[in-house]
Design a binder for this molecule. Structure first.
Ligand code: SF4
Length: 348
């Protein structure tokens, strides 16, 4: 039996019933794919429902303020994806709300790369293009015993060529869904179910006991450590100060407390010293010395942020401050979100 037939037989018995499986609308499929690149199905589902409820059409997403889109995206990370989603919706809006209909044309949308274009083209339009995501790399590298690194140029080419060869061109949408689902549920990263696998008579990794070795990935760049000392202002009227990050770089366009960046975690005394150079605090009287409220470590792909949150109670109001209740309406990054929910839940 050929590869795709075995795969699809497994799929029809084992597939999950997911809301975006029964539809062909490219807008909804695109939304689900962008969300699922960020998180697992269970965590992604509420985001999918929130986006489709807030923006039932691509034009409604295009017309929304960026802050609303970022707020709905909050918690998923990689906010550039949310901004790209918004920009791409505007591109489609400019095309009269008609999604591009081919893999090639879909690539012209902001943030839509090879994987997403192939997913939309095959799921919505049944175009014969293979999807190659992390699940597909894992399944193919194991079954065919391919040790070429999946994040190398040679690997990307080799796996794509194999995926093209294996694709069921009469049913590319189902084939693609099936291989991704098989990787997610059966040929899992750790402890794949080899004993009950339809490919265990031909799988090289299984035969050679190499499932933990495959797929191979090149090591990424070394991690840089950043130390952010967030200054959580509390005024007598329960106001706080938020600043918007620049539109470029990490967490672009999101709000956060002002912070001091240092080369290490600072002691209270050292922080007090640094506060003297903060112009926006000049003339503001403090009720007591700053207090450490919360620490957190957040890992990004090449950076680790060591965050400390210091509360500064003031005797005076501070220019441009907002009420804590209103701070919850702003799109904020994950470190902020956790801090606010843990320290200010009385205001929620
Ligand atoms: S035999 Fe094991 S490693 Fe090979 S495809 Fe099946 S589940 Fe994956």
């Amino acid at each position: 039996m050929n590869f795709s037939k075995r795969l699809q037989e497994w799929y029809f018995v084992n597939k999950r019933d997911l809301p975006w499986r029964s539809i062909q609308d490219p807008y909804f499929i695109w939304l689900s794919e962008v969300i699922l690149q960020q998180t697992r199905v269970e965590q992604g589902m509420p985001y999918y429902y929130a986006f489709t409820k807030a923006f039932p059409t691509v034009q409604e997403l295009a017309a929304a303020p960026q802050e609303q889109v970022l707020k709905l995206w909050q918690g998923l990370g990689y906010y550039s994806r949310a901004r790209n989603l918004h920009t791409a919706a505007q591109q489609v809006g400019a095309m009269g709300g008609n999604f591009p209909k081919t893999y090639k044309e879909l690539l012209s949308l902001k943030g839509v790369g090879d994987y997403t274009a192939a997913a939309i083209a095959s799921f919505s339009y049944n175009e014969a293009v293979p999807v190659v995501d992390g699940n597909v790399y894992r399944v193919l590298s194991r079954i065919y015993g391919i040790a070429t690194p999946i994040n190398s140029t040679a690997g990307i080419k080799e796996f794509k060529a194999l995926a093209v060869q294996l694709l069921d061109i009469s049913n590319p949408g189902t084939h693609n869904q099936a291989i991704m689902e098989f990787g997610a549920l059966h040929c899992k990263p750790a402890n794949p179910f080899c004993e009950t696998c339809p490919f265990n008579d031909q799988c090289v990794a299984h035969a050679q006991n190499r499932t933990t070795e495959l797929p191979v990935k090149l090591k990424s760049k070394p991690v840089t450590h950043l130390y952010h000392h967030y200054l959580v202002v509390r005024t007598p009227l329960d106001n706080t100060l938020l600043v918007k990050r620049p539109q470029q770089g990490i967490w672009a366009g999101l709000y956060e407390f002002p912070y001091i960046e240092a080369s290490k975690t600072l002691e209270c005394q050292e922080l007090q010293e640094q506060l003297k150079s903060q112009e926006w605090l000049s003339g503001v009287r403090f009720r007591e010395s700053v207090t450490l409220q919360h620490t957190a470590v957040h890992k990004l792909s090449h950076r680790t942020i060591h965050a400390t949150f210091w509360e500064i109670n003031t005797l005076d109001e501070v220019n441009d401050s907002v009420h804590i209740k209103d701070a919850f309406e702003k799109p904020v990054h994950v470190l902020m979100d956790r801090y606010m929910k843990s320290q200010w839940n009385a205001y929620l």
